[in-house]
Design a protein around this ligand. Structure first.
Ligand SMILES: Nc1ncnc2c1ncn2[C@@H]1O[C@H](COP(=O)(O)OP(=O)(O)O)[C@@H](O)[C@H]1O
Ligand SMILES: [Mg+2]
Length: 376
């Protein structure tokens, strides 16, 4: 069985135990791997200096943490944004370990009521790190409580119900919130403004993925050839989580074929088997491009129409497939919707219609509308 995006409906609703959501789970082994979390934890870099790539974010964050440690006070709140699998959770844990503080982990979907947040906040110790994953999925009332807590280190605990209810202010010791989101554009401005530092994670260069893969191979006790590693790096969609997962599939292939080594041939064969193409596009990526070109004649077409055509949630298309397709130049965001680029037609081996070609020169892509980065 190939576990791909189309039969990963279960994976879509399947959050981690802490309530977070892993949209990349479908890409190779759709949540079938129960060891996944343990392996991920084992492969996670523990310190900033072991974290390859994202140079700018790493340097900026390093400075913020170092200064805070010198002063002996908790640093500003930190917001990390970017597509799934690029290292947001890893960095949150690194923040705590660099500060030598415990970390409390929860997520937006797990906080449905302000009371849920109040009980987490009121149990924080001084200097502790509170990691709020998928922070854009928190309820409105919890959001408002969080503004106050982040700014004034105070929560209003509501005692009683109805007209007789009273709010009792409760002082909190200073702490640090690390928020993570795949959708920075969805955060209300007042919440965004309370983060003193914002880091936007971008897809990794192949050279950084090579470094990450060598490290993972070593931790997994695997021998690896340079060209085998390079092949995996090129096909990992710029995403460490996918790189690590593909590495394990290549290991499976190699071991079944009587070789305990990541070779070039093992990498190629395994990646073919798991439907990852030469540009690292997976089945969802290709389905999106196929729909754009074949069904909508290259577009432009609205996000929700496109999502229906590939049988996915608009959110998945927008946060998982689209950022990579746009960044690699396969897809263009126009004011009237999503369109296929010349590269998309070429990649699928199709000839673009003439009117599509005139559209590419007539429309300017809009940058990051609604989903992208903002500078902190
Ligand atoms: N810079 C990095 N170096 C090494 N491994 C990384 C890096 N970034 C992410 N990873 C690995 O990728 C996996 C996913 O990272 P994670 O932090 O959970 O991503 P996110 O929270 O952004 O979805 C983890 O197993 C982690 O070990
Ligand atoms: Mg995460």
């Amino acid at each position: 069985m190939t576990a791909g995006w189309s039969d990963a409906g279960a994976g879509r609703d399947e959050g981690w135990a802490d309530g977070s959501f892993d949209a990349t789970a479908r890409i190779v082994d759709a949540g079938s791997d129960t060891d996944e979390r343990q392996v991920e934890a084992a492969l996670r870099p523990k310190r900033l200096e072991d974290f390859p790539g994202q140079t700018r974010v790493r340097e900026q964050l390093g400075l913020v943490l170092k200064a805070a440690r010198r002063r002996g006070t908790p640093p500003d709140h930190v917001l990390l944004s970017g597509p799934p699998g690029l290292g947001k959770t890893t960095l949150a844990m690194i923040v705590a370990s660099e500060l030598e503080q415990p970390i409390r982990i929860t997520s937006g979907p797990a906080i449905q009521h302000a009371g849920d947040l109040a009980s987490v906040l009121s149990s924080l110790a001084e200097g502790e790190v509170l990691f709020l994953d998928e922070i854009h999925r928190m309820s409105r009332s919890a959001e408002e409580m969080l503004y106050l807590a982040m700014e004034d280190f105070r929560v209003d605990v509501i005692i009683g119900k109805g007209p007789g209810a009273t709010a009792i202010p409760l002082e909190l010791p200073p702490f640090t919130v690390v928020g993570a989101t795949t959708r920075a554009g969805l955060l209300p401005a007042p919440l965004r403004d309370r983060f003193g530092f914002t880091g936007h994670l971008d897809y990794y260069a192949a050279a950084d993925l090579v470094t990450i893969l060598h490290r993972s191979a070593r931790l997994l006790g695997l021998e690896a050839d340079e060209d085998g590693i390079a092949e995996i790096a090129l096909r990992s969609r710029g995403t460490p989580r996918i790189a690590n997962r593909l590495l394990r599939r290549v290991r499976d292939w190699a071991q079944v074929h009587g070789e305990d080594r990541v070779t070039h041939i093992a990498a190629r064969r395994a990646l073919e088997l798991f439907d990852v193409d030469e540009r690292g596009l997976d089945r969802l990526d290709r389905a999106v491009l196929e729909a754009l070109c074949r069904r909508f004649n290259g577009g432009p077409v609205g996000l929700s129409t496109l999502a229906v055509a590939v049988g996915e949630e608009p959110d998945t298309v927008e946060t998982v497939a689209e950022p990579y397709l746009v960044r690699e130049g396969f897809m263009i965001r126009t004011p009237r919707g999503r369109a296929a680029s010349g590269l998309a037609w070429e990649h699928l081996g199709l000839t673009p219609p003439l009117d599509a070609q005139s559209m590419w020169s007539a429309t300017l892509p809009i940058d990051d509308a609604g989903g992208g980065r903002f500078e902190g």
